[in-house]
Design a protein around this ligand. Structure first.
Ligand SMILES: [Zn+2]
Ligand SMILES: [Zn+2]
Length: 375
């Protein structure tokens, strides 16, 4: 009781972090208090941090805590919780992966089993509102019910486990939804955390060609190690048309069966839809910020019969499958080594500045940075 934890609170007004001791919520009987061991700086976090798409004429956002790509240990659990979501015994101190959104389990979509599409899943809350601890750049994170939690095997380190619930689970879900199958030619736009995971997953699903596009050498190297058959280096192919032409060349003028967008800028979509084959599929994941307008000729979607999916969040089964995938392929792909930089919570400003690639001369050396709030 009366326990507190340190959270890194972001202030738009002066673009700075503040470390604030916040009270932990009173533990409900079906909830879990997680001690956060590792939280990655995801591309989405960089969007939020930069304020991409935010209307500068409006008031700055209230100070808030964010961070979603994380793992932790069970700090305490309500008396109704005895197992993880696969009914394996759970105790304090166990390391767990979990989804960072909480479906309500009683709405139109939830009763259809579409938990990732629950309109009432908990979003970010103001600092003084329950449950307070709902961001990953903090010492504690509160898992209200219904939560989906999965014990982690020892072989997966804390750093390697952090990206499971976003970078890996999100692309796994997208490729599943998009029906990626043996023999497909895939284009992956962006070789950040999501892109390299998507590359490995596409390879496991039996894709034929996996063409990865990025402008940063370390990321492209990692993509090759994760199964990319071809890379398109944006320093070499420096116009959208040259990249589209290259994809066409690599696919005998047909285009890709599936194109996956994990960069998060609207222009990338304009370019990517021209890489899709007739009746192919475009999987849009990256553009999470409001105001991400792209200029697209709708006739192209009709004429080329393009299937377009917008993807955010996933259903719970994706997480244990992702854990199994990571474990099973640990000697095949360097996904466990995607984390390149580690920072204590007090250095979160440095973590973000090091991870930032936009507007820098050579991009960032970071493939994924993590913050360790309890180190
Ligand atoms: Zn993310
Ligand atoms: Zn719901």
């Amino acid at each position: 009781m009366g326990k507190t934890g340190v959270s890194a609170v972001w202030h738009d007004s002066n673009e700075s972090w503040e470390f604030r001791e916040l009270p932990l919520p009173k533990l409900e009987s079906d909830a879990i208090q997680v001690k956060v061991e590792a939280t990655s700086v995801c591309g989405s976090d960089l969007h939020i941090w930069r304020g991409d798409g935010i209307d500068t004429k409006k008031h700055p956002r209230d100070p808030f805590v964010f961070g979603h790509e994380m793992m932790g240990t069970v700090a305490s659990m309500g008396n109704k919780v005895t197992t993880d979501s696969l009914r394996r015994p759970l105790k304090e101190g166990d390391r767990i992966a979990f989804s960072y959104f909480f479906p309500c389990a009683k709405c139109y979509n939830c009763i259809r089993g579409e938990f990732g599409a629950c309109k009432f899943r908990l979003g970010r809350k103001p600092l003084d509102e329950w449950p307070v601890c709902n961001g990953g750049f903090a010492q504690y994170y509160y898992l209200r019910s219904p939560h989906y939690i999965f014990k982690l095997p020892e072989e997966i380190s804390n750093a390697s486990a952090a990206p499971i619930n976003c970078a890996l689970a999100q692309v796994y879900d997208a490729l599943h939804l998009g029906g990626v199958m043996m023999g497909d030619n895939i284009v992956i736009q962006g070789a950040g955390g999501l892109g390299v995971n998507a590359t490995a997953v596409a390879n496991e699903l039996g894709a034929s060609k996996i063409i990865v596009i990025d402008g940063q050498k370390p990321r492209l190297d990692l993509a090759i190690q994760c199964g990319a058959t071809d890379i398109i280096d944006m320093n070499e192919y420096d116009t959208a048309q040259s990249r589209i032409d290259r994809v066409m060349e690599l696919t005998n003028g047909i285009g890709a069966d599936k194109v996956v967008e994990v960069v998060g800028f609207p222009k990338v979509v304009e370019e990517g839809v021209d890489m899709v084959r007739m009746r192919g599929t475009y999987l849009e994941i990256g553009n999470i910020m409001p105001g991400s307008y792209a200029s697209l000729d709708m006739a192209k979607f009709i004429t080329n019969q393009i299937r377009f999916y917008g993807i955010q969040h996933y259903d719970p089964w994706i997480i244990p499958n992702s854990i199994d995938f990571l474990l099973r392929t640990k000697d095949k792909y360097p996904l466990m080594d995607v984390i390149s930089h580690e920072f204590p919570l007090k250095d979160i400003d440095k973590a973000f500045k090091t991870a930032e690639w936009l507007g820098t001369q050579d991009g960032s050396k970071v493939t994924r940075a993590i913050v360790t709030p309890n180190a």
